[in-house]
Every structure is written in structure tokens, then in C-alpha cells.
Design a protein around this ligand. Structure first.
Ligand SMILES: Nc1ncnc2c1ncn2[C@@H]1O[C@H](COP(=O)(O)OP(=O)(O)OP(=O)(O)O)[C@@H](O)[C@H]1O
Length: 263
């Protein structure tokens, strides 16, 4: 790293950056020399055609995939590229996958309680009495995800969109500083999609978020900054207006205008 890169990297507002990141799957380079960088409080959308390396980049950040080369620097310059997934989660990075992994036979409130950062085991948490601070947190996040009125309903009875919000709420209960979300609005109704976008903006008041997204209408409506990936590299970065007028971006999306398609 040269001096100017080092100076930039030490800027306090940078929450995460990767340096010359490379992921190799048996000789196939899914990520090639990626220098990704984001500031605290950003809501960053990651887009790109199928196979561009978006999910792999999230997998590396959360520790699910180990890079072949390069670094992933989080917050206070900790290189998390060799950390285990649970260590990375403890450091403050939370990942939500596309399929919800909620406990369908437990209530919304119980699901949130179980997700709380604590030393007790899973079921001990449900058996012992919750204290005021815990109840306050459950209330705060059930309110944020719009499920306060359904707090006592079984998670299995929620709509698809509500299940996704519950899982985001469960992630928030762990108080991560950086959330990684994979297509959070996939399969949602228009109304649910709109509410999800608003929720992401609310969360980004305090936390940083990276969203992998295919739905260009959703990105257009809610993105502040967009990173476009293509064939394992970062092709472009900018506002949606800049991205959708970029010839190279249009070209990798098979000549169609980015705003008109669902990649
Ligand atoms: N475990 C793996 N083993 C081998 N190849 C993999 C593995 N995971 C991903 N790949 C390959 O790496 C490339 C990038 O995949 P990745 O899932 O990161 O792309 P993506 O941009 O998220 O695509 P999509 O939008 O289709 O989900 C693809 O060519 C994929 O086939």
C-alpha cells in the first residue's frame, strides 16, 4: 500500500475496504483484484449481471468464503479475511441470506428475543424472564420492522414480506455495524418492496448496509451509491443516474438499458 492509499484507508469514516481481493474456485477467479470501499452509514447497492461475483464478495466479507489473496479490512483496520464466520459476526457484521431462517413455531417476539446478543443458550433465553432493557429492544426493533401488532403471532403465519422483515429485525437485535443483505425485496409485493426500501433507509441512519440486488426498479428508487460488478471485478461506482447512463454498464447488461430490466 502506498502512502496516499494508507492515508485514505485511515480515514475514520471508512468502515470496510478490501485490498487486491481475489477468490479462486479451483482455478476459476470469481473475484479478481477487487478494491471495494465504503463509509460508515452508507446504503450501498451491489449490482451486476449473473455470475459477476456479487454474492461471492458478500461471502468473503462475512467469512463464508476465504479469499485466495488480498485483505478485508473492517473498522479499526482488523483484517477479517482469515477470521471464522462467528468471529466476524461478533465483530459486528451481520448477514442475511435470501431464504428466511426464522423459527416458524415461535412468535415474532420470541424470534427477536432469541436473536439477542447474549451468553445464555437458545431455549434458556425463552425460559427465563426478560428484563426491561431486553423488552425495550424487542419493542424498538419490532416497531422498526413494522411488526409490533403481530408480536404475539407465530412467525409461520406471517406473509413472505413480513418474514423477511422479521429476519432483518433478528439481525438488528445482534446490533451489527454492517449488514449484508441478499435481495431483501425478492418475491415481495410492490407495497412490501416499498416498505423494505424505507426500512433500509431507516437502518442506514445508524448502520451501514450492503445490498446485493437484481431488481433495478428497487435500486433506482432507493440507492444512494451503486457498485457495478462484472466478471469478478468492479466495473463502475456512482449514483444510479451515473450508472444507468454509462455505456460500459449498458453493454455488460446485454445492450439493454439498466433501468428497464430485471437482470
Ligand atoms: N462454490 C463455488 N464453486 C465454484 N464456482 C463458484 C462457487 N460459487 C460461485 N462460483 C462461481 O463464481 C462466479 C460468481 O458467482 P456469484 O454467485 O458470486 O455471482 P453473482 O454476481 O452473485 O451472480 P447471481 O446474480 O447470479 O447470483 C459464478 O461464475 C459462479 O458460478
Amino acid at each position: 500500500m502506498n502512502n496516499s492509499t494508507l492515508a485514505q484507508a485511515k480515514e475514520p469514516e471508512i468502515i470496510l475496504y478490501t485490498e487486491k481481493l481475489e477468490v479462486d474456485f479451483d482455478g476459476f477467479k470469481a473475484i479478481k483484484n477487487v478494491n471495494f470501499r465504503m463509509r460508515a452509514g452508507e446504503l450501498r447497492f451491489l449490482i451486476g449481471p449473473n455470475g459477476a461475483g456479487k454474492t461471492t464478495l458478500l461471502d468473503v466479507i462475512c467469512g463464508k468464503v476465504k479469499p485466495h489473496k488480498g485483505k478485508v479490512i473492517f473498522k479499526d483496520h482488523t483484517d477479517i479475511s482469515k477470521h471464522q464466520e462467528h468471529q466476524i459476526a461478533q465483530l459486528g457484521i451481520g448477514r442475511k441470506f435470501q431464504a428466511p431462517s426464522i423459527f416458524v413455531n415461535l412468535t415474532v417476539m420470541e424470534n427477536l428475543l432469541l436473536s439477542m446478543k447474549q451468553k445464555r443458550g437458545l431455549y434458556a433465553t425463552l425460559l427465563v424472564k426478560t428484563d426491561n432493557a431486553q423488552r425495550e429492544r424487542v419493542f424498538q426493533y419490532s416497531e422498526m420492522i413494522g411488526l409490533t401488532s403481530k408480536a404475539k403471532e407465530k412467525a409461520g403465519s406471517l406473509s413472505h414480506g413480513e418474514k423477511q422483515w422479521l429476519e432483518i429485525g433478528m439481525l438488528l437485535m445482534q446490533e451489527p455495524e454492517l449488514l449484508l443483505l441478499d435481495e431483501p425485496a425478492a418475491g415481495m409485493t410492490d407495497h412490501e418492496t416499498e416498505k423494505t426500501g424505507e426500512l433500509l433507509h431507516k437502518i442506514s441512519d445508524k448502520q451501514s448496509i450492503i445490498v446485493v440486488e437484481h431488481d433495478m426498479e428497487f435500486v433506482r428508487q432507493f440507492a444512494k451509491t451503486v457498485t457495478v460488478m462484472h466478471e469478478g471485478t468492479i466495473l463502475r461506482e456512482g449514483t444510479m443516474a451515473e450508472i444507468q447512463n454509462d455505456d460500459k454498464v449498458t453493454e455488460v447488461y446485454l445492450g439493454r438499458r439498466v433501468v428497464d430490466q430485471h437482470a
